[in-house]
Write a protein that binds this ligand. Structure first.
Ligand code: ZN
Length: 157
């Protein structure tokens, strides 16, 4: 293992332990439960959006899975913390999906992705890519749920 791969592995193991954003958000506007059957990872991601739907105001995730799935959620929450705008996190999601679909061929770090760059090694193992993308799928779905139910609540009467 080269020094970069070793560093990346440490970043993943640290996040798998720290689990940024782990907890319960109740009540919430948007909630998404996602399962990765090939590995057994499960996550429920919950969030609230601002009145205009442009900013994530609260979020939390609950569930259990392998270290890659937990670390990916932790990194994602750190990125939301840095910039809670929905537009920004959707852009990062797109970049992260490109990184994971690169089969490990991306050789330069993408600054905006911060610790998420550590998953470039995971992209070489197709069976583990779903572990890294599970949390991002839950986030995307929770935003859709929140926009459908949350932001216009109370305007019907
Ligand atoms: Zn997994």
């Amino acid at each position: 293992m080269n020094p970069m791969e070793q560093l990346y592995q440490e970043v993943i193991l640290d996040h798998a332990r720290q689990k940024h954003g782990f907890g319960l958000l109740d009540p919430c506007q948007g909630s998404s439960f996602q399962v990765n059957p090939t590995c057994g990872d499960e996550v429920t991601f919950r969030l609230n959006l601002s009145d205009d739907g442009a900013t994530i105001t609260d979020y939390a995730w609950d569930g259990d899975g392998c270290s890659i799935s937990r670390a990916s959620l932790s990194v994602m929450c750190q990125l939301i913390n840095d910039d809670p705008s929905v537009e920004s996190i959707e852009k990062l999601s797109k970049q992260f999906h490109e990184l994971m679909n690169s089969r490990g061929k991306v050789d330069a770090e993408i600054d905006e992705l911060e610790d998420a760059n550590a998953f470039v090694g995971v992209a070489k193992f197709p069976a583990r890519i779903k572990c890294a993308l599970l949390g991002w799928a839950a986030l995307k779905d929770a935003i859709i749920q929140a926009r459908a139910t949350g932001t216009n609540a109370g305007e019907t009467e």
